[in-house]
Design a protein around this ligand. Structure first.
Ligand SMILES: *Cc1c(COP(=O)(O)O)cnc(C)c1O
Length: 431
């Protein structure tokens, strides 16, 4: 495979931007090698600057439920664009999108649009603090909520302890207001609420953790979290940035029947455009400016072009209900991929899947629900598998801790091509 142009562009990019990229995982550090510079994309496929084509399972990290350049979303974008692309004033795009969202997801009594998942989560946390008058928040190790300071933290040593910064530049004082507990650990969760419950403004969880592998939680664990939140007057925030509109229209809240006080969205909600949103009970949402004392604003929030993309996607989801078919396709394809892996790879693997989201555990064959249980060989083994597939024209996420996404644009022919490639790729992977 010729990658000369990508290599040249990467050298240039590294001079003008840190690591040559604008979001770290794009830089291929987790798997090594040269990131492919993408020239265009359509349906299930990416084309790079050297003319190589790839069947894409990264799908812009999840947003592209209907594949690249979905015609309906494309038309909506062009329609909005032809009238102007930013007004910084009240407009109908966000109004009509919000009305349809609220109709579709009853837990959202009101919604506020922002421009990214990080922004949605950061604002929801501020709102929870403003609403409850409490300072502390609780998060789970292995859940990612974007890069706001108070959430870019990890567990200290010992259970239910104060967090340590998970990035340089975050003060230990900020981190100390976040309590971090392991996923899938009822005792640790109870202990944390026992000690900190009365000071907790919010507990935030990815109800389907999908940013550190796919750590599917037991429904009872999520229910326990809900019960503890109610008992202690703590707001429950479902961060559905990756699961909302991806596993079901109403995300994991719909599938679990749990009723979080606030929900955050990003990724899929914009249909591939930069959109985030947070919402929930009206009585809480009205604490936001201009009706309430919690400040939150955005110059380009509810951008009309982005709104029309998200709204077109929502209408298409409502009309087509793509989820049963996506899940069935995932079941068949990933089942076959698992058998090929079982027959060919030198180490055990386990493909964890939930609807159109999947993750391959390398050197393990049991369900993994917390980060401590991820096998130590994950990174090195996945890197080989990733590069094997890349060479065969299949683009999985460039990190062993990121998940894969199916879209409705992946055809049976695409998937069969990937299964054929897998037979070849897996044979050459070394243990
Ligand atoms: C991606 C993600 C975020 C951050 O969203 P950005 O748009 O990248 O800022 C937050 N929470 C979850 C669950 C995510 O998957």
């Amino acid at each position: 495979m010729n990658t000369t142009k990508s290599e040249q562009l990467f050298e240039r990019a590294k001079k003008v931007s840190p690591g040559g990229v604008h979001s770290p995982v794009r830089g291929f550090r987790g798997v090594g090698g040269t990131p492919r510079f993408i020239e265009s994309a359509k349906g299930s496929r990416l084309t790079d600057v050297d003319g190589n084509e790839y069947i894409d399972f990264c799908m812009s990290w999840g947003p592209l439920l209907f594949g690249h350049q979905d015609p309906e979303i494309g038309e909506a974008i062009k329609g909005a664009l032809s009238k102007g692309w930013s007004y910084g004033a009240a407009e109908r795009y966000s109004l009509e999108f919000a009305e349809d969202l609220i109709k579709a997801i009853p837990l959202l009594e009101q919604v506020r649009f922002v421009s990214s998942g990080t922004e949605a989560v950061m604002s929801a946390i501020r709102l929870a603090r403003g609403y409850t008058g409490r300072d502390f928040i609780l998060k789970f190790d292995g859940c990612y909520h974007g890069h706001a300071d108070s959430l870019l933290v990890r567990a200290g040593s010992g259970l239910a302890e104060m967090a340590s910064p998970d990035s340089a530049g975050i003060s230990s004082r900020t981190a100390s207001e976040t309590i971090v507990v392991p996923l899938d650990d009822d005792k640790a969760l109870e202990a944390a609420f026992e000690v900190h419950g009365k000071n907790l403004a919010a507990a935030i969880v990815e109800p389907l953790p999908a940013n550190n592998g796919l750590l599917i939680q037991r429904p009872e664990f999520l229910k326990k979290l809900e019960t503890l939140c109610r008992k202690h007057g703590t707001l429950l925030i479902f961060d559905e940035v990756i699961s909302g509109f991806r596993v079901a229209l109403g995300g994991m809240a719909e599938l679990t029947g749990i009723k979080p006080d606030l929900l955050t969205y990003g990724k899929i909600i914009g249909g591939g455009m930069p959109v985030g949103a947070y919402g929930g009970r009206k009585e809480i949402m009205e604490k936001i400016a201009p009706t309430g004392p919690v400040y939150q604003a955005g110059t380009l929030s509810a951008n009309p072009v982005a709104m029309s993309a998200g709204h077109a996607m929502l209408k298409k989801i409502i009309r087509e209900n793509p989820y049963p078919k996506l899940a069935a396709t995932g079941e068949r394809f990933l089942g076959e991929l698992q058998s090929i892996a079982n027959n060919t790879l030198l180490f055990p693997t386990h493909i964890q899947k939930f609807g159109s989201i999947s993750w391959m555990i390398c050197n393990g064959k049991e369900t993994v629900r917390s980060i401590e249980k991820i096998p130590g060989e994950q990174k090195a083994y996945y890197a080989q598998i990733f590069h094997g597939f890349l060479n065969e024209g299949v683009y999985f996420a460039p990190s062993g801790y990121e998940v894969g996404f199916l879209s409705t644009a992946h055809t049976d022919q695409d998937l069969n091509q990937v299964l054929e490639a897998a037979k070849k790729v897996f044979k050459n992977v070394k243990a």
